[in-house]
Design a protein around this ligand. Sequence first.
Ligand code: ADP
Ligand code: MG
Length: 249
Amino acid sequence: MTVPGPAAPALQIVGLNKYYGPLHVLRDVNLTVRRGEKIVVCGPSGSGKSTMIRCINRLEEHSSGTIIVLGTELNDDVGNIDEIRREVGMVFQHFNLFPHMTVLENCALAPMLVRKVPQAEAEAAARRYLEKVRIPEQAMKYPGQLSGGQQQRVAIARALCMRPEIMLFDEPTSALDPEMISEVLDVMVTLASEGMTMICVTHEMNFARRVADRILFMDRGEIVEEAVPDTFFTAAKNERTRQFLSQIL
Ligand code: ADP
Ligand code: MG
């Protein structure tokens, strides 16, 4: 099943199940994501969106089924996990920046530690990515001196500094004040237009309409709907999807 190298899909999930104790939170999830594809995942709170995203880079261990990222299967092989973490960037709802480090240091740290990039080179790259997320002037500040929207853009720049093949976003704008949401979404739109493979948990449906190749709707641990945006918004097959959309649109 594993296809090695650049020919492999970005992600193959087959028969994925996840339990927390007796709680069955992912139920037989199947998903294949091509390289360069943009997937938006939505669904009610508690439906398993974060758990699925977290299983993809092994922040959570799955209970059964197969997850293959860029041709490498996620199992107990620690080498595989390290390899996948290098290739998969993650942006969380809460930015998770290191508060005692400058923006530049936050961005340069992982490439130096994990990829053994020399400091000067790592910092030069960090400055390029800060430019890309449109906050080059914030490089020497500390996260606490930045707005939420700026901090989230630092978190995106920090992930990009590892030059990931895939970016995972877990509700990146849901902790932000409304006026800051678009500055983060704009950066994500740019990334998408440059061909990044993206899996985004978000309820920003205008973003989904603009960027997604496919939209998934999760409910109670299952992917119950999967469609291109047009179909998703106008002709969802599942009653729960239609009900959810009527609440948020
Ligand atoms: P979503 O992101 O869609 O809101 P989650 O993946 O966070 O959903 O959660 C799915 C279910 O798993 C929920 O019932 C949640 O309470 C439960 N859950 C999430 N994380 C844990 C955990 N670490 N331990 C126990 N239960 C958890
Ligand atoms: Mg969540």
